[in-house]
Ligand binder design. Structure first.
Ligand SMILES: [Zn+2]
Length: 380
């Protein structure tokens, strides 16, 4: 189910194994491909081996041909997990496959699955997958072509689950123009603004590779990126320090209660929040990070501007938020449609606070039951 095979090809990508490359120039916002899941593990059926037992021989070969983190495949916990899940299989299926093959099925699944709905990000290191399996409620799928997309900390594409495409498919969109011959990449990270050390540690532990992208390979670009991220981190930790003198003074904590001061504090709070959100947006943009996370940030910035009575700015920020979401997910995506609804209700309701509506449209604030949203975090 590849929507536009003329746009890309799967081929060897050096030490990274397979990768996906642009066959021609791809415009920003293009849907590069969409794919239905090969293997789907839903909320009710957390047993991956039971789901895999329904695959045909060819489908199983496709799954087992995907890349694995070798260290994790060989780990004791992966073997224990395979034994644990085997014990829960129906009697008719117990004897069919060797324990080695079951272990490989799990390793391939964990290394290549995507969440079809949002679950709270978890950074389990995979040493306790039994526990993870029972805690995780979101459906997970393996998409064999999309699984060939390699990681970059500054990706040029983004994946989303879209229930409106072919009864539910994972789509890949170009976040910026991609040149002919350029590798198409997505981010495997939970936190796009993670530090160099955090990124390398996480990617190596979960996927077994050291990232060599533009901001990981050293040199000036990596240095500038490190400085920008560090600056944002410093500002955020200052802002979230237990008590800032400014806030306690204006709240009148050291004197009698003062309602005017409380009002000022609330105003100060919105103004400080706007500054922080703007700095975060600025950092994303300087880093070249666009897509759904930036769309959410613009949504929050629009809501804060609206709350502060700055309606013109709120409109501008809201429109940018929609544009980013459309590029990353497409106009038929429920994510984009929700964001557009929030924006339209803000336009017809000037003066009221839109914070709650924008918060509802931000992917991070959605409940785990919402099957429109995407967490790019794989179940590891
Ligand atoms: Zn990197």
């Amino acid at each position: 189910m590849l929507s536009n095979p003329m746009l890309f090809e799967v081929r060897q990508a050096g030490i990274k194994g397979f990768g996906i490359f642009a066959r021609q120039r791809i415009a920003r916002g293009s849907r590069i491909l969409s794919e239905r899941p090969l293997l789907l593990v839903d909320q009710k059926e957390i047993n991956i081996l039971a789901a895999a037992s329904r695959l045909s021989k060819a489908e199983l070969d496709t799954l087992l041909g995907l890349s694995v983190n070798k260290a994790k495949r060989e780990s004791l916990w992966n073997l224990v997990d395979a034994l644990f899940q085997s014990a829960q299989l129906p009697l008719s299926k117990k004897g069919r496959r060797s324990i080695q093959q079951r272990r490989d099925i799990l390793a391939c699944f964990y290394n290549n699955n995507f969440a079809l709905s949002l679950s709270p990000p978890h950074r389990d290191d995979g040493t306790n997958t039994i526990n993870t399996a029972t805690k995780t409620s979101a459906a997970r799928g393996v998409f064999p072509t999309i699984a060939r997309l390699n990681h970059s900390c500054i990706p040029n594409a983004q994946g989303n689950f879209n229930r409106n495409v072919d009864e539910g498919s994972f789509t890949i969109h170009a976040l910026r123009e991609i040149a002919a011959g350029e590798e198409i990449t997505v981010s495997y990270l939970h936190d796009e603004l993670a530090s160099h050390e955090e990124r390398q540690h996480w990617l190596h532990r979960v996927y077994g590779f050291w990232c060599q992208c533009g901001i990981c390979a050293g040199g000036d670009e990596a240095h500038r990126s490190h400085k920008r991220r560090q600056r944002l981190r410093d500002e955020l930790s200052k802002a979230f320090a237990p008590t800032t003198p400014l806030l306690s003074d204006s709240l009148g904590l050291s004197g009698p209660p003062n309602t005017a001061a409380v009002g000022n504090a609330a105003q100060m709070d919105i103004s400080a929040s706007r500054q922080l959100v703007n700095l975060t947006i600025e950092t994303y943009e300087q880093e070249g990070l666009v897509g759904g996370e930036l769309a959410s940030l613009y949504g929050v910035a629009a809501a804060l501007a609206d709350s502060a009575g700055d309606h013109g700015e709120a409109m501008r920020l809201g429109a940018r938020s929609m544009e980013l979401e459309r590029d990353a997910a497409g106009e038929d995506s429920p994510l984009y449609q929700m964001r557009r609804q929030s924006f339209e209700s803000m336009q017809f309701d000037q003066g009221g606070s839109s914070l709650s509506r924008f918060a509802a449209a931000a992917p991070k604030a959605q409940s785990s039951e919402d099957d429109n949203a995407l967490s790019y975090a794989p179940w590891t």
